[in-house]
Design a protein. Structure first.
Length: 406
């Protein structure tokens, strides 16, 4: 059986005490969908909602103006960004990605270079660009073991000189970890803008944006970061800021209207924001980043990845289950096909037993699912606050479900 890294029992007890559902008979293995918020995150949201009820929305925000500034500091620290000026706060990772994509103005004959494993919403954005603007979408080849081939990226960069390279670090449909740092090195050498979707990476694994050499990185609060739904962020590099990159549709948050036909752009990444915020959720996001840094993202990564490996190895022993994950490096997302069963039905059956998982279908990842010959996949995604006993109990329930009545 897979050995889990040694964890201070007191630390594990504290993480679980901060996670009420963990002690209430529910096994949460859907952290790639939305992780369980720790109590400090919930309390931060609740306290600000209470403040809005008592004071009014604008007045409540004014009262915590200093704390709002610290949210940017916490997210910047989590990403190892140069400073808070590199961070924009938005509603979710897809909004962040779309804002970054809109900073470029590709037209007929221009190329966007991406991968075969990019997130479905991103792929739809590319296809919309192709349909409306005549942009050519080029997908790099995969390595034999899975994941984008950096040499293919280099070859296609030199052949097409794309307007942008966009790569999803961890796709939603498998445990694959793409070599985004190596791709970033190639983009820097060729002086091509680079956008990374870090939606499933932030909070799961250490993120050093300067090592990635990316111009933009999109992320979310609700997944492995353990923040609230409805929160996201965009990292914008100093290089991108200096180049004047800005979203297509500016908001009064991102620029000042200074003359009838003139505006002045903000100097920092907040040019990518909108004026209106759900400030209670923003408070929760800042607390989630603070909490993750307190746990230690490297600690969380090591433990969650080992728990996922335990899941994969156990699934491989169960007749009627096919593990679908491929790649030189795998993370804490495990996907598997259950023979003769739609994954969504399996999710419902497990949820009735107090076990949270999720399902992926073909439209979530057309290229990858077709190559694997799978119509649906069960997704199991543990995190550092899960225990070996929870993993074993969940897999026992799944095996019983697969085998059916005796």
């Amino acid at each position: 059986m897979t050995e889990i890294p040694t964890t201070d029992p007191a630390e594990l007890r504290r993480w679980r005490a901060d996670t009420p559902a963990a002690g209430a008979g529910r096994i949460h293995l859907n952290n790639a969908g939305a992780a369980l918020m720790p109590l400090p995150v919930f309390n931060a949201i609740h306290h600000h909602l209470d403040r809005e009820m008592r004071l009014g929305g604008y007045e409540a925000a004014a009262e915590v103006e200093g704390r709002i500034g610290r949210v940017y500091d916490e997210v910047a620290g989590l990403l190892h960004a140069p400073g808070a000026h590199n961070i924009a706060l938005v509603e979710n990772a897809t909004v962040a990605f779309a804002q970054a994509l809109s900073a470029f103005d590709p037209g007929p004959g221009d190329v966007v270079l991406t991968t075969r494993n990019d997130y479905a919403s991103n792929q739809l954005m590319y296809l919309s660009l192709a349909e409306r603007r005549g942009v050519e979408i080029v997908r790099a080849d995969d390595l034999p073991e899975g994941g984008v081939d950096p040499d293919s990226i280099r070859t296609l960069l030199r052949r097409h000189r794309p307007a942008l390279v966009a790569v999803t670090w961890v796709p939603t449909n498998s445990g694959l970890v793409q070599p985004v740092e190596e791709v970033g090195r190639i983009c820097a050498e060729e002086d091509v803008p680079y956008l990374v979707d870090g939606c499933q990476a932030v909070g799961q694994m250490p993120v050093h944006v300067e090592s990635l050499r990316c111009d933009f990185l999109a992320g979310t609060g609700r997944k492995f970061l353990r923040g609230p739904r409805g929160t996201g962020f965009l990292y914008v590099s100093d290089r991108a800021l200096a180049a004047g990159h800005k979203p297509l549709f500016l908001d009064m948050r991102g620029a000042d209207w200074v003359g009838a036909d003139l505006y002045e752009l903000r100097a920092d990444a907040r040019r990518f924001e909108n004026w209106e915020f759900a400030y209670a959720l923003l408070m929760g996001l800042g607390e989630a980043a603070w909490y993750a840094r307190g746990v230690g993202v490297a600690t969380a990564w090591e433990r969650a990845r080992a728990l996922a490996l335990r899941v994969r190895r156990r699934l491989e022993e169960i007749d009627g289950i096919r593990v679908l994950d491929r790649g030189a490096e795998l993370c804490a997302i495990v996907t598997a096909e259950v023979e003769g069963r739609a994954a969504g039905d399996v999710v419902v059956s497990l949820r009735e037993q107090g076990i949270n998982t999720s399902a992926i279908d073909r439209v979530s990842a057309v290229i990858d699912m077709d190559e694997k010959g799978a119509a649906t996949a069960l997704r199991i995604s543990p995190h550092y606050y899960n225990t070996e006993a929870e993993i074993d109990a969940a897999l026992a329930a799944l095996e019983s479900l697969v085998r059916g009545p005796p």
